[in-house]
Design a protein around this ligand. Sequence first.
Ligand SMILES: Nc1nc2c(ncn2[C@@H]2O[C@H](COP(=O)(O)OP(=O)(O)OP(=O)(O)O)[C@@H](O)[C@H]2O)c(=O)[nH]1
Ligand SMILES: [K+]
Ligand SMILES: [Mg+2]
Length: 460
Amino acid sequence: MTQPDTDTIVAIATAPGRGGVGIVRLSGPRALAVASALMPASRTLAPRHAHFSSFRDAEGQLIDEGLVLYFPGPKSFTGEDVVELQGHGGPVLLDQLVQACIRQGARQARPGEFSMRAFLNDRMDLTQAEGIADLIDAGTVAAARAAVGSLRGAFSDAVNNLVEQLIQLRIYVEAAIDFPEEEIDFLSDGKVAGDLNDLIHATAEVLATARRGSLLREGMTLVIAGRPNAGKSSLLNALAGNDVAIVTDIAGTTRDVLRETIQLDGMPLNLIDTAGLRESPDVVEQEGIRRAWQAIEQADRILLVVDSTTVTPAQLDQPDQLLPEGQRTLSSLGIPLTLVLNKADLSGLPPGIQTNHPDTLAISAAHGNGLDALREYLKQSVGFHSGESSPFSARRRHLSALELALTSLQHGARQLGDHAAGELLAEDLRGAQRALEEITGVFSADDLLGRIFSSFCIGK
Ligand SMILES: Nc1nc2c(ncn2[C@@H]2O[C@H](COP(=O)(O)OP(=O)(O)OP(=O)(O)O)[C@@H](O)[C@H]2O)c(=O)[nH]1
Ligand SMILES: [K+]
Ligand SMILES: [Mg+2]
């Protein structure tokens, strides 16, 4: 496992720009020495007390004056000696303070390096470190509450509980393998099957909660696709409540991929409007259509918009027929799809859910009819309820790890049914544990740590 290096690091900890107060943070074995070099020689710093002091560069030039706080390790954020210099919040001024610290032997911190040291020094686990980043980045109150939950360890607790149950089961199974003379026929032993089943349920539950947490954080990506002039851009504008996209009656108006994020009762929705799909001799439009397909492939859900005055009832159950000849098929992508029958004002369709066709709604993007039903439908399609919160925030990597653990456990359960060798079950349980421990960072590849922490900003 990576060890924290012994450099003393420094960075501006407050947001870039001007503010009343700006904080420069030092961490490492020489934090106190570096900070002291900027202050009058007579200054001694009592731990966890605010001291007022001047800050000077190596030439004795006054940079600023403000408060100094010293947190001796290991009871500090990073687990190392930490000193905070709180000056006035000007970018040039704070940079001078950082440069003065560097002159005294500190090094500029890399993105996320303070949090990474806190993790490596066991001050927190990975989900807590990620909780800090998510809290800072939270775009909604619900997302911020979920991130605080992670920060306080709610996610780690849930995962550690699963690991604990898993270890108990592994001990039993491995013992049965190692001591066959004991004649514990654990394969037909109801205890193993029962415990495994409990574990599968508990893991599925944590996964469901994590999915909600991830939804609050990242939202859902909806790609609006369809033939030219179906009313895709009109739908984007109607949902965004803003004229983000150009709407005209000319087929092929939209060329670029347009992105707009909206909130649906606290759930972020990333809406993407695309060029109308058709064969076109125009090279600009061709490029737009290529990009449209690129966006479609990345969608969490596709909103296939069709002009309801042009469709026949038979086409409704075969979405691929709703695109012109020569286009790729949507059904082969395996992405959830909603059929939006637009221009209901012209076709006379009743706006809202079409009860005899699943995942089909009629709307009038131009007049706003059926949009409330569409919003409600979108929330329900992902299991999101208004005002919902999640006890913790989660990221894609957490979901993948939980999914992997669940698949391993389910695979293990099938081994039981097949009366196969216990080694196979043991292997599945080991795999599940590894996946779960990757979430909290008990088990982690070095490059995973690098990837996670480098996505944090400098000073975090
Ligand atoms: N009557 C009626 N007209 C609509 C409705 N929605 C869109 N339109 C009209 O249909 C035409 C095309 O609308 P757009 O939103 O530009 O369609 P688009 O699918 O984005 O078109 P491209 O970008 O060219 O692919 C415009 O003249 C809109 O005013 C609707 O609900 N009812
Ligand atoms: K158009
Ligand atoms: Mg358009």
